[in-house]
Design a protein around this ligand. Structure first.
Ligand code: NAG
Length: 523
């Protein structure tokens, strides 16, 4: 009897595990940055939990992987991208500006080269036995990864790690209207002033022209040279690049209306922001737990994320910050990669910290950060007010948005950082409106029909089950811009008006021509 029930249990577990249709999914998050890797790992985690078999291309492979995960080690991309010029030091001295498009495109080109010459990636693409039901990749200012879908002849999904923006929506619908949607690297947040509106329009026109003139050509060459032979080896003809890039089935956005704007979105754009946060939080280490539990006046958590290292800080910043924190009655946890001397008793430097678990603690009352989207998401998830010190990328628009929404204060990354930060801390600690606002947004954030992880799994499976979800595609995709703007109608109206004018004047002359001559005579 005992044995039989065990057998029954084993069979039951097997049925539960294997009855769900496990699909073979290829996931690629090749951007060599920790925060992008966190978003990739979140996707993979949910897909694995849903019983799918995942092959994951990543520059940050883990030492151990669960059985239904195969990692493709793309860490060589990291080596190819060394000399990464973005650091606290270079930003402070204004040596780099990622909003400088030509500089940014050089970095992108370097990254694409690194991806498409990577041995392990090419090995996967070259293997004729490899088959996938879906390709899911991060869109990072290039569509080249869609070539993977051409190789495996499967539908594909883009993951956008940021708020919805025109550069990505145009592949499934159309560019977002620049008069109320900012470019992702812009600092303008809505509502836009006249000047900002014009600026946004110029950005869209300028970038589109640059792409048409030379950027697309470069990508297309890589596509033909590298993906072409791979598709040919599988006995197929290469689909035109310009068809492939508009053939994306769905976009999963790492965004949510509580954090961004209520942007109008096409049916196949699904915002699933917050999916990277695991419901089972990493437990706090004992010392941090004790610290947080015993902080009578609350805890301020200070971390500039993974790309801007505190090590690069000028020395007077470090001493200035220590002095500033030491004067506070709150406990300060500072994520810092080195040790300092003369650390005040209320300040605790940690090399590594489970950020989410700290923010989740009821005694954590303020988060000071660079304002990357992951940190922004986490503050809203856990309902903590924020001081944003933006450095690059979408951090500017994120922080500007926090300020406009009213749950954060912005401090610029300049040499007067310490003084500015002092004022910002005083403002947030003395004014309860920031905490009140972030709690309101947190309620909106959590009030969804299904958690984001469940939702993304549903849409991924939906795309596979429906052969690429063509029913979700927007008809706008096939309407040229001159038809949308009714420029053809405008031409018709102009022609008709002009013809009428000529006709009328001829008629006029015909009828009154003589009379007018007569009139002249008698004047
Ligand atoms: C577009 O996607 C569908 C569904 O995945 C596929 O059948 C078709 O071949 C794709 N077309 C191109 C040009 O890639």
């Amino acid at each position: 009897m005992y044995k039989v029930s065990w057998l029954f249990l084993i069979i039951l577990v097997n049925i539960i595990v294997y009855s769900s249709t496990g699909y073979k999914i290829l996931v690629a998050f090749p951007v060599p940055s920790k925060s992008h890797a966190i978003l990739g790992e979140g996707m993979v985690r949910h897909l694995l939990e849903a019983g799918h078999e995942v092959t994951y291309i990543t520059p940050h492979p883990k030492k151990t992987a669960p059985p239904n995960l195969r990692q493709i080690d793309a860490s060589a991309i990291l080596q190819n991208m060394t000399g990464n010029p973005v650091s606290l030091k270079t930003l402070l001295r204004k040596e780099v500006d990622l909003r400088d498009t030509s500089f940014f495109h050089k970095i992108l080109e370097k990254m694409n080269n690194a991806i498409f010459t990577n041995k392990n990636i090419l090995k996967l693409l070259n293997d004729p036995n490899e088959q996938f039901d879906l390709f899911l990749g991060e869109w990072f200012f290039t569509e080249l990864l869609s070539g993977f879908a051409a190789v495996f002849q499967c539908p594909y999904i883009w993951v956008s790690t940021v708020e919805p923006h025109w550069q990505i929506t145009r592949f499934i619908d159309e560019s977002l209207n620049p008069s109320y949607n900012s470019d992702i690297l812009s600092t303008n947040s809505v509502p836009l002033s006249f000047y900002e509106r014009v600026e946004e329009l110029i950005t869209q026109v300028k970038l589109t022209a640059m792409e048409k003139m030379y950027l697309n050509e470069k990508d297309e060459k890589t596509y033909t040279d590298i993906i072409g032979p791979l598709v040919a080896a599988r006995g197929r003809t290469l689909p035109p690049y310009s068809d492939l890039i508009y053939n994306v089935s769905l976009i999963l956005g790492n965004s949510h209306v509580s954090m961004g704007e209520a942007t109008r979105l096409p049916q196949n754009y699904k915002p699933v922001g917050g999916y990277h946060i695991d419901a089972n939080l990493t437990p706090l280490p004992e010392d941090l737990k004790k610290l947080l539990n015993e902080a009578k006046n609350g805890v301020i958590y200070f971390s500039m994320g993974s790309s801007l290292k505190s090590v690069d800080m000028p020395d007077d910043f470090k001493t200035g910050l220590l002095k500033l924190f030491g004067e506070l009655k709150q406990t300060v946890i500072w994520k810092f990669e080195e040790s300092l001397t003369n650390v005040p008793s209320n300040v605790h430097l940690v090399q590594w910290a489970p950020q989410q678990s700290i923010l989740a603690h009821s005694n954590c009352i303020l988060f000071i950060t660079h304002g990357g989207l992951l940190s922004t998401t986490e503050t809203i998830h856990f309902g903590k007010p924020i001081i944003g010190i933006p450095g690059f990328g979408d951090q500017f628009i994120n922080v500007n948005r926090m300020v406009k929404k009213g749950f954060g204060v912005k401090v610029d990354l300049t040499f007067s950082l310490v003084e500015d930060l002092k004022l910002a801390i005083a403002e947030i600690l003395s004014n309860p409106r920031y905490t009140k606002k972030v709690r309101e947004l947190s309620l909106i954030y959590h009030d969804r029909p299904v958690p984001p992880g469940k939702e993304l799994v549903h849409w991924v499976e939906h795309v596979i089950r429906t052969g690429g979800a063509p029913h979700l595609r927007s008809p706008a995709l096939h309407v040229p811009f001159w038809q949308k703007l009714y420029l053809d109608l405008l031409v018709v109206i102009i022609v008709v008006l002009y013809a009428t004018k000529i006709l009328l004047s001829r008629l006029f002359r015909l009828i009154f021509g003589k009379g007018q001559l007569n009139k002249k005579k008698y004047q």
